[in-house]
Design a protein around this ligand. Sequence first.
Ligand SMILES: Cc1cc2nc3c(=O)[nH]c(=O)nc-3n(C[C@H](O)[C@H](O)[C@H](O)COP(=O)(O)OP(=O)(O)OC[C@H]3O[C@@H](n4cnc5c(N)ncnc54)[C@H](O)[C@@H]3O)c2cc1C
Length: 504
Amino acid sequence: MSAEADVLIVGAGPTGLTLACDLVRRGITCRIIDRSPGPQEGSRGFGVKPRTLAVFDALDVAGTVLAAARADSHLRVYFGTDLIYTGRSRPTAPTADTPYPDPVSLPQWRTEAILRARLAELGEKVRFGASLTGLDQDADGVTATIAAGGEEETLRVAYLVGCDGGGSTVRKLLGIGFPGRTEEDLRALLADVEVHGPEPRDAVHLWLGTRRMMAVRPWPGAATSQVVVSIAPGQTVEPSVEELSRLVAEHSGRDDIRLGTPTWLSVWRYNLRLADRYRSGRAFLAGDAAHVHSPFGAYGMNTGVQDACNLGWKLALAVRGRAAPGLLDTYEAERRPAGRAALDASDRGLSSAVTPPRVLRPVLRHLVGPLLSRMRARGRDDHPTYHDGPLSVQAVRRTRVRAGDPAPDGVLTTPRGDRIRLYDLYRGPGLTALSFGRDHQVHVGDATPHGVTCDDPDATVRGAFGVRPGTTVLVRPDGYIGLIAPTSGPELPAYLTRVLGTTA
Ligand SMILES: Cc1cc2nc3c(=O)[nH]c(=O)nc-3n(C[C@H](O)[C@H](O)[C@H](O)COP(=O)(O)OP(=O)(O)OC[C@H]3O[C@@H](n4cnc5c(N)ncnc54)[C@H](O)[C@@H]3O)c2cc1C
């Protein structure tokens, strides 16, 4: 049976939508299905991190996301009824090599809507109300069974990617384990709702307490806020506005906070789990289907977007028959350690916030400021690097960036005087080779002798990479640095063989 599409994406959350946009822009045919009848409404993931914005840049949606999002933040922290900290963070100015220095806030439903609109522009749309119920695979492809509108149909594809969230059907059908823990005692009631009371209205209000926590986070341009209230161990809680109001009064110690009718209400339960494998034959897992953890540190959606970005170009090469035999295996080798790192970081963050160590409580007000600055710095530094990954080759010493880091942005000038932006070059479809010469010259190409020698007038680009003349940097189609090596050395052709199976 020949394939009806190159790739089937199961699940149209942020992970599936990012992957769909990335594959379609690379000319790959894909289907994307979601079992829910329409788009998800809950605000959920609000922190969009710098590296995610760089991925959105490649998909041509960074501008739309930034225009809708909020870049500054005003935070007020209470311990019980005491206001112990108040502070504003101002956006960092972008620089030539770092166009997206800060995380920004945007409700997840809005981020998803922007990605869906981009997918539609690219000519593809999500098929809602269609659920994956079975899959079979052989050496040539995958046959998926899809239930939609009371009927079952089969679809033959070359590859399938499960972006179907924590309860992933794909993961279960593949028999991939999801070890970790669920803590019934760590639960929270979540809602998107109008909140009247805490002032100023545009601030994030965070209440800390002994094994209790509450956050009220307003959304840019919306009347509603996201409310997250922890539920005490053993307490039975019905997701209702009455219960929410009761918990809000209990946690804040205030009786003047009024809530409207929630547009979304849900109970969250603490899960910390990592899939045993990210791949089985021609099927892959990405996003929450592969890793779930606490919302602390805002890793969930961002890690899923990065999974999609790592997998997209590799699948595109494989579909075209241009991938080296081991290329698809590097997805798990690079992304599973990143998933593990996100789990560890969010778990540490949650433990210290839910239960501030007893001895520290009297001095908490003095610690909150420095602690938040540290968290903000970490929030920026979201991108896991692939320094030890199978596709990172560092063959010269003492460079400012290393193989496995995201490549910096910058602007070069062509001999005709046109300005070219590095982020635009990295979009691919191929690898980008930057060969640094003398006299501020940079040869830009696709790792063949073709290309163009550009000018780097103030050596800003060379400074951002921190390399000497005579060095070539090879940037992968996901914007990560694959290789840093002497321009005339054997490493460059060897690297191409590692990725493409050929030096051509
Ligand atoms: C309160 C809260 C705050 C959060 N804050 C942040 C944050 O600030 N930053 C951040 O990065 N993350 C945050 N997260 C986590 C983030 O929401 C998730 O990590 C993210 O939604 C995962 O995206 P995904 O696309 O992998 O999966 P999901 O968003 O879960 O999407 C999976 C999709 O698959 C569909 N599906 C499931 N099974 C099937 C099937 N059999 N067939 C077809 N479709 C199927 C579902 O309908 C769903 O639409 C937060 C989460 C919560 C709850």
